[in-house]
Design a protein around this ligand. Structure first.
Ligand SMILES: [Zn+2]
Length: 275
């Protein structure tokens, strides 16, 4: 893993440089969706194994708030996002955490998959293997029809019992009971990765394995600078994949990728389908 660590250091230092620069980005092979190169088209047509890493940006196009950006973290009832979504807060005040998740579930329940989600679901038929690795917890990829989805941060529609450990689906909106309880009487928690918690090891290992053996790796709607998701494009690149970024603006990861397609995922991905 040493090589990945070094490469991640490169990404992190790029992020720091970009953050302090007055001109916020450097352009690397930047182009509009209308300018999808012949090389990318050729690779897209020939690829058998494709991996797509998605983040908040793709869901934002469906109206799911990113709870980020705008120069600072979001605040809900006076609590910063990082605090109210933390393992520490769950231990201290589970009802408060559940009220926050109850609110988020209501917002997400209104969101529908967009053209980008639909394009990725379509790609499953096109390629021998198409794996979506997502940082999103909103389930919009599955709602669009994707079947192979690796959720790095869990799923807001799943709950896990703190007593018996059972994981079940729960789509009740709004929740009738806060905090909700399991049939065993134990308290349930959202089956999502909270701040201060590790990512699910099995999901992460599978994501790394898929990244290592794919021919095309897409980064969509995320700057992918947060460990351990940041490793994935590095692993893909190291394994010989052609790495494509789809983001409205150039991000710290742009320096690592082979090509950046600037634009909204909902426009760029369907355009690629036509390529
Ligand atoms: Zn239980």
């Amino acid at each position: 893993m040493a090589i990945y660590g070094i490469a991640l250091g490169v990404i992190s230092s790029t992020a720091c440089r970009n953050a302090t620069r007055s001109v916020p980005f450097t352009v690397f092979d930047q182009m509009s969706p209308a300018e999808i190169t012949e090389e990318l088209k050729r690779r897209f047509r020939r690829a058998r194994r494709v991996v797509v890493l998605t983040g908040a940006g793709i869901s934002a196009e469906s109206g799911v708030p990113t709870f980020r950006g705008g120069g600072g973290s979001a605040v809900w009832r006076g609590f910063p996002f990082e605090q109210i979504s933390s393992a520490e807060m769950l231990a201290r005040d589970p009802a408060l955490v559940w009220e926050w998740f109850n609110y988020r579930r209501q917002v997400i329940s209104q969101a529908r998959p967009n053209a980008a989600h639909r394009a990725l679901a379509e790609w499953e038929k096109r390629f021998q293997s198409l794996v979506v690795i997502t940082q999103n917890i909103d389930d919009l990829h599955r709602a669009a029809g994707s079947r192979t989805v690796l959720e790095l941060h869990g799923n807001i529609w799943r709950v896990r019992c703190l007593s018996c450990g059972r994981v079940t689906e729960n789509r009740q909106v709004p929740l009738r009971e806060i905090p909700p309880t399991c049939t065993c009487g134990g308290m349930l928690r959202p089956d999502v990765v909270l701040f201060g918690e590790a990512l699910p090891g099995e999901v992460l290992h599978r994501a790394q394995a898929e990244a290592a053996r794919c021919e095309l790796f897409f980064i969509v709607g995320t700057s992918a600078i947060v460990y351990p998701a940041a490793y994935l494009p590095v692993i893909a690149k190291h394994g010989g994949a052609y790495v494509v970024e789809v983001n409205p603006e150039t991000t710290p990861v742009s320096s690592l990728v082979d090509v950046t397609l600037s634009g909204k995922a909902g426009e760029v991905l369907p355009a690629l389908s036509e390529a």
